[in-house]
Ligand binder design. Structure first.
Ligand code: URA
Length: 204
């Protein structure tokens, strides 16, 4: 986070992201999906990449994973509208199977190329805490891969002076078939988010 940037507002950032050709993902996606939320949000939530719905609507976390995230935020006592929500990768990566578009994980090159945008979002919003949702977000925010289960659920300091809380991606909960396990993992996800809410309340 050191080089000066010509981008001074979230509006100009959105316009610049829409022109992005920093990696090949722009070629097949409908549009870049910029981060969304208050310009001075205290929490920035970072997901992996837009899904099918997000790609079509141009907004982050409006599909099924977004539903889980919204409910978990409410259960953790965090106002959804107070949070800046974004993704580590701004274009949808997918594999076409007939009419369906199946989500594909972004690779290290795509994450690293897109880090440029996340860095600018962080510089503009300056959140107190960045919540990294899942492995891709953790890699982007920290600049290296970390094992979720070793780092989740507590506030960590970042080399640039920021603070991060790592947790799972909400789509992980959607994929669990066993009801009891699903409930337990959801509860743990909410508990992680409560750590963030508590840290903010203590800093206020
Ligand atoms: N999953 C993500 O990581 N981000 C979105 O915006 C939607 C689903």
């Amino acid at each position: 986070m050191s080089e000066p940037s010509p981008i001074k507002s979230l509006k100009s950032l959105r316009e610049a992201e829409e022109q992005c050709t920093r990696c090949p993902l722009y070629k097949h996606a409908t549009q870049a999906v910029p981060g969304e939320g208050p310009a001075r949000a205290r929490i920035m939530m970072v997901g992996e990449q837009p899904g099918d719905q997000e790609d079509k609507q141009g907004k982050p976390f409006v599909g099924p994973a977004g539903g889980v995230l919204a409910k978990a935020l409410e259960d953790a006592g965090i106002e959804r509208n107070s949070v800046f929500v974004t993704n580590a990768v701004k274009h949808f990566k997918f594999e076409a199977r007939g009419k369906r578009r199946l989500h594909k994980r972004p690779n290290a090159y795509e994450i690293d190329r897109c880090h440029w945008w996340l860095d600018l979002e962080r510089r503009l919003v300056r959140p107190d805490i960045v919540v990294a949702l899942g492995a891709t977000a953790i890699r982007s925010v920290c600049g290296r891969p970390l094992t979720i289960n070793k780092v989740r659920g507590h506030i960590m300091s970042l080399p640039d002076g920021g603070r991060m809380l790592a947790t799972i991606h909400p789509s992980y909960i959607l994929r669990i078939e066993d009801d009891a396990d699903k409930r337990a993992q959801y509860k743990r996800f909410v508990a992680d988010l409560k750590v963030c809410a508590k840290a903010l309340a203590e800093a206020a």
